[in-house]
Design a protein around this ligand. Structure first.
Ligand code: ATP
Ligand code: MG
Length: 558
């Protein structure tokens, strides 16, 4: 799916490399992969990686594989495997027949590990995980050789086979590469290739009692699949020498190249499956698809269109230096996409009753409203007008300050698509709160214009009390209150106002027949989408994003 219409940051350095490799004939076609670990739902950061990998394949006529890096059964689940596939498809990409799993290669990886043992390049270490950690050294100090480093090939092969067969408990032995405990790169200090784990794997069940490390599985899986460009995030830069070491020391079918780019970070957001898992487990959100979550499932439920995510990723570009994107840029992009497409509707979130005293009781008129001001193809609809209406509470003030131009005692305003009305009387309850306005309308202003040319300073939205549908509206705000949240200590950092639920809303009757899934603009309020919690008695809407252009404000403030 190429979105040529969207402004982008120009061709990035990875696309330059791919283009050059194709031009020079180094590769006939490009093969990329998106390699998620199925230990959680995909988030906005993954969207960047998906759009990059699948986008390059599409733009250069190659292909992109979806490969699950399912090497740690302690944390991985079938639910996540299913959700990830759903989310990649929803984002608009297709891996065709190239759905792969690192676990498909377990047998081959095991054989390659035996090759390393036979070549004297791997050994079984009986040290505990703590001992291995403590003898690894530091950035400034070399590590120490394991006392088990010089075992014979025969003994290593035997122990490795018995690890596989399940003879030893978790954590008692590992297989390590024999590289260099004095290397300046800690990843080359005899990295762990296999660990013992008696766990049920979603795909291989109990067939294996040992599992390969990420490092041992990843590059070799790339090689088996003939990936040409293995694109990952910057934290793997220091792993690249190890990635290459395996491919140089094993009889692999191809030698892919790894390239690193900066991961996406965004203000008021944490993009890490580990953190998102904690938010779900600790009950700070209702689930992985809570609309406040930066997961693709959450964003989808909040009403963010896939096109908006693709536009956002295109706009932020791909770079080599880490940075943090302003969440205002995200909102801006979503607003921009929805503004073009979302039909307009009227909805009153905090209703105030209005009675038009000179409008005949029982009379109903059908007034015409446009569905989209810039897109006549979206047509018009009829909306019912009657003697009793609802307007927004904050569109009225009893004692308006100077700059308040909306309804006030004695003041005339326009009701969108309908008439001019004038407020004649304010009715209050025992507590002194305004509960109803008595108004009059000018029948000559039907459609919203006065034949005598007189002007009003405000146009407000409304719904007919007799025709409106009841609704619940969920207003979402940033999940975190702090612009640069840190993992952990969520209680102190979460935004206590990230969800405001309004239960007494009134929406125009068009929603009875509108399609349930698309986003709409509630005029003057923002973009909303119907939530799956809706019932036939009561609609539920999620606010996707407000109308206010906060990005422009932020940008202007510099
Ligand atoms: P997390 O830290 O959220 O658990 P991860 O990197 O462990 O993410 P993986 O499932 O291993 O998650 O990631 C799959 C791919 O997505 C990897 O290539 C990874 O580099 C990329 N990726 C993960 N997070 C981001 C991000 N914030 N921005 C860009 N790419 C990302
Ligand atoms: Mg990972």
């Amino acid at each position: 799916m190429t979105d040529e219409s969207t402004p982008d940051a120009g061709r990035d350095f990875i696309r330059e490399i791919v283009a050059a490799d194709l031009a020079s004939g180094k590769h006939k076609s490009v093969v990329t992969r998106f390699p998620p670990e199925p230990n959680g739902y995909l988030h906005l950061g993954h969207a960047k990686s998906i759009c990059l990998n699948f986008g390059i394949a599409e733009e250069f006529g190659g292909r992109c594989h979806l490969r699950f890096d399912d090497t740690n059964p302690a944390k991985e689940e079938q639910e996540f495997i299913d959700a990830i596939q759903r989310d990649v498809r929803w984002l608009g990409f297709d891996w065709g027949e190239h759905l792969h799993f690192a676990s498909d290669y377990f047998e081959q990886l095991y054989a390659w590990a035996q090759d390393l043992i036979r070549a004297g390049k791997a050994y079984v270490d009986d040290q505990s995980p703590d001992e291995i950690r403590l003898t690894r050294g530091t950035l400034t100090e070399a590590g120490q050789n394991s006392p088990f480093r010089d075992r014979s090939v025969e003994e290593n092969l035997d122990l490795f086979a018995r690890m596989r067969a399940g003879e030893f408990p978790n954590g008692t032995r590992v297989l390590r590469a024999k590289i260099d405990m004095g290397s300046g790169n800690i990843n080359l200090r005899d990295p762990v290739l296999y660990r013992i784990l008696h766990a049920h794997h979603p795909r291989t069940g109990t067939a294996w009692n040992i599992y390969p490390s990420y490092d041992f599985a990843h590059g070799q899986s790339d090689s088996i699949e003939h990936i040409t460009h293995s694109i990952c995030t910057l934290e793997f830069e220091d792993h690249r020498p190890l990635y290459d070491w395996f491919l140089d020391n094993l009889p692999v079918p191809s030698h892919p190249r790894q390239y690193e780019f900066a991961r996406l970070n965004m203000t008021y957001t944490l993009l890490s499956k580990r953190v998102l898992t904690e938010l779900v487990r600790e009950g700070h959100v209702t689930g992985w698809d809570d609309p406040r979550m930066p997961t693709l499932a959450g964003l989808q439920r909040r009403g963010v269109p896939a096109q908006g995510l693709r536009d956002f990723v295109r706009r932020i570009g791909v770079a080599k230096a880490n940075s943090t994107v302003d969440i205002g840029m995200f909102d801006f992009t979503i607003r921009e996409v929805l503004n073009k497409s979302a039909p307009r509707r009227m909805a009153v979130l905090r209703p105030l009753k209005v009675v038009i005293e000179n409008y005949p009781e029982g009379q109903v008129e059908e007034l015409e409203a446009v569905n989209h001001p810039d897109d006549p193809a979206q047509g018009t609809r009829k909306i019912a007008f009657g003697r009793e209406l609802y307007i927004e509470q904050d569109d009225f003030m009893e004692e308006p300050p100077k700059k308040f131009f909306r309804l006030a005692p004695g003041r005339e305003v326009r009701l969108r698509y309908a008439y001019f009305i004038t407020c004649r009387e304010v009715i209050k309850n025992a507590a002194g709160e305004v509960v109803e306005l008595r108004c009059t309308y000018d029948p000559a202003t039907r459609g919203g214009n006065a034949p005598d040319g007189r002007k009003v300073k405000a146009t407000i939205h409304w719904v007919s009390a007799a025709h409106a549908l009841p609704a619940e509206v969920r207003l979402y705000d940033n999940l975190f209150a702090t612009p640069q949240p840190e993992p952990g200590n969520f209680a102190a950092q979460l935004n206590p106002n990230s969800l405001e639920t309004l239960t007494d809303c009134k929406v125009e009757p068009a929603f009875r027949t509108d399609a349930a899934d698309g986003a709409v603009q509630f005029e003057r309020q923002g973009y909303f989408v119907r939530d799956r919690d809706s019932t036939s008695e009561r609609l539920v809407f999620n606010r996707t994003v407000g109308l206010r252009d906060s990005y422009a404000k932020v940008a202007a403030a510099g």
